[in-house]
Ligand binder design. Sequence first.
Ligand SMILES: Nc1ncnc2c1ncn2[C@@H]1O[C@H](COP(=O)(O)OP(=O)(O)OP(=O)(O)O)[C@@H](O)[C@H]1O
Length: 258
Amino acid sequence: MQLGEVPALDLRGLVKSFGPKTAVNGLSLQVPRGSLYGLVGPNGAGKTTTLSMATGLLRPDVGSAAVVGHDVWSDPAGAKALMGVLPDGVRLFDRLSGRELLRYVGLLRSVPQQVVAERTEQLLDALGLHGDGNTLVVDYSAGMTKKIGLACALIHTPRLLVLDEPFEAVDPVSGEAIRTILRSYVGSGGTVILSSHVMELVEQLCDRLAIVIAGQVVVQGTTDEVRAGQSLQQRFLDLVGVQAADPRGLSWLQSSSD
Ligand SMILES: Nc1ncnc2c1ncn2[C@@H]1O[C@H](COP(=O)(O)OP(=O)(O)OP(=O)(O)O)[C@@H](O)[C@H]1O
């Protein structure tokens, strides 16, 4: 990031508690424009909660989120117009077909009708959903739902893409298609932040990343800086601390030959 350049996403001092549970505990990170940024962390580390606060789905108790200088909470229209979001577990309008859903989201985003029609077909093609364009989203598999959600996030050519686990449940061919789409999107000036549990994928795809543990960023930087000479998997395990599983408690799982 050049000195003085406004980050694509700027999270400062985010805190969020659910009752006694502090899910995010003073988290700050800056995503420079033009980067493909990975967010990794163990289950329950606060990644989804962070991305929900970054995209205006969840109000922080403390802290701020800004998209290219537009505060998500004081200027929601300005910030949201710049973002494409693939949230985790948020219901889509699933009584529409994939094609209808894309048309609906495109028009809602003020994309001209003709452009929506063209992009809908191109996105369905690129994501291998063309044959299922007229199927209701409620009847989609988990991977297909992920892909149509990604298409919805892309249709208005946002400046920033925020993707919560975009590769979860996606087959290898579609995974490769998504990687190609994301690289080309970043190559033409877009910015991506995505969360994932697949370390090899993050390592290959992302140029910057942050590791989040217990609601805080423990390390962030370029992928090489974060890896510090190790594989990302090893670095992650070292930072999180691997607890050796004690198989004795599960002795009842051993199958018997008689
Ligand atoms: N709506 C909620 N009500 C109560 N607790 C919540 C809620 N949402 C999240 N939490 C808690 O906050 C913590 C962080 O959850 P979050 O979903 O942000 O983690 P995550 O890093 O995305 O995890 P995963 O990798 O498993 O998806 C967890 O302990 C979770 O139980």
